[in-house]
Ligand binder design. Structure first.
Ligand code: SF4
Length: 334
């Protein structure tokens, strides 16, 4: 069996220390194959953004701490890499794009310079070749007048253009893994559709894998091969996208689906999931979703559910009797 591109094993990231610490990511295990698009979904505070940053060791320490686990990328453990190894990895083999472009664009350099620098650093291109390639990348992400925009500073172009420049920068070295944290949330729907189509095309052409962090299930339905639902720092459900949208198993997943307004509703009624995510993550006994779950049982308050494996994997006592009642290799109980 070939090794997955990425294998996250029992990853734990906490914020703060002592009894008040927050388990933002708490025992998450996941794999990602080459060319696969995995969507990580969940409400704000579910741990999805911390997980995505932790893969590239971008969680600031302190206050964050990577307290356990492994992040194996092509067999090498990112969790154990030195700062110089991390620098060589970032922006080259693994890139990240953010909701907020200024998180990765430097305001004191032109956008063209920043894209060219990535190419010169990781691909050893000449200045002239890097410039030509940067302009080509800007055209590829739909930047109008790319050659002119090359010399623009981030504050001289619109937010949508900055977003495109950041995506061009992230794609410059043809990464094998792209981590996209809410990449199109700040864009209008037309540009959002163009960017998503571009990412899909690049996946098809280059076999780049994508981890797409989003709260937008419409984007997930359009893009993802597989879906991982996070709740309180843990995985609630992992399923292939078709199975997930045909009928999610975890009550939290069902709540997320029910909160999406549907075309055809005369009045779009948003059915919010009552309550909030527990702040401390999964420290308490039992299932962490129990206080919000309409189907909670006594056992849910006492014992964390096993992660049950069928075609999908779900962490919920309601599925304790499903076909394969063995703890899964991926995932952990909420
Ligand atoms: Fe609800 Fe219990 Fe399932 Fe948790 S384990 S989601 S509380 S039914």
């Amino acid at each position: 069996m070939t090794e997955p591109l990425l294998a996250i094993e029992n990853l734990a990231v906490h914020f703060g220390t002592g009894p008040g610490s927050v388990r933002a990511v708490d025992g998450v295990s996941l794999t990602l194959e080459r060319g696969e698009i995995l969507a990580v979904v969940g409400e704000s505070g579910s741990g999805k953004s911390v997980l995505s940053r932790a893969i590239l060791r971008l969680v600031r320490e302190p206050p964050g701490r990577l307290v356990g686990g492994h992040i194996r990328f092509e067999g090498r453990d990112i969790a154990a890499m030195s700062p110089s190894e991390l620098r060589a990895l970032r922006g080259d083999q693994i890139s990240m794009i953010f909701q907020e472009p200024m998180a990765s664009l430097n305001p004191v350099f032109t956008i063209g310079f920043q894209i060219s620098e990535a190419l010169r650093t990781h691909r050893s291109l000449s200045r002239r070749a890097a410039r030509a390639e940067a302009i080509r990348l800007l055209e590829q992400v739909g930047m109008a007048d790319a050659a002119l925009r090359y010399d623009a500073y981030p504050n001289q172009i619109s937010g949508g253009m900055c977003q495109r420049a950041m995506i061009a920068q992230a794609l410059a070295c043809r990464p094998r893994l792209l981590i996209a944290d809410e990449p199109t949330t700040a864009l209008d729907v037309t540009i959002q559709a163009q960017i998503l189509a571009l990412l899909r095309r690049l996946r098809d052409e280059t076999h780049m894998a994508i981890i797409l962090v989003t709260h937008n299930l419409g984007v997930v339905a359009e893009m993802a091969d597989r879906v991982a639902v996070m709740y309180a720092g843990r995985l609630a459900e992992v399923a292939d996208a078709q199975t997930f949208f045909a009928g999610p198993l975890h009550p939290y997943s069902r709540g997320l689906m029910a909160s999406v307004p549907r075309i055809g509703d005369r009045v779009a009624t948003l059915r919010a999931i009552p309550g909030v995510i527990p702040r401390g993550g999964a420290a308490a006994a039992g299932c962490t979703f129990r206080d919000r779950c309409p189907q909670a049982m006594d056992i849910c308050r006492q014992t964390p559910p096993e992660f049950i494996q069928g075609g999908s994997r779900v962490s919920c006592w309601l599925h304790a009797g499903s076909d394969i009642a063995a703890p899964a290799a991926e995932g952990a109980a909420p």
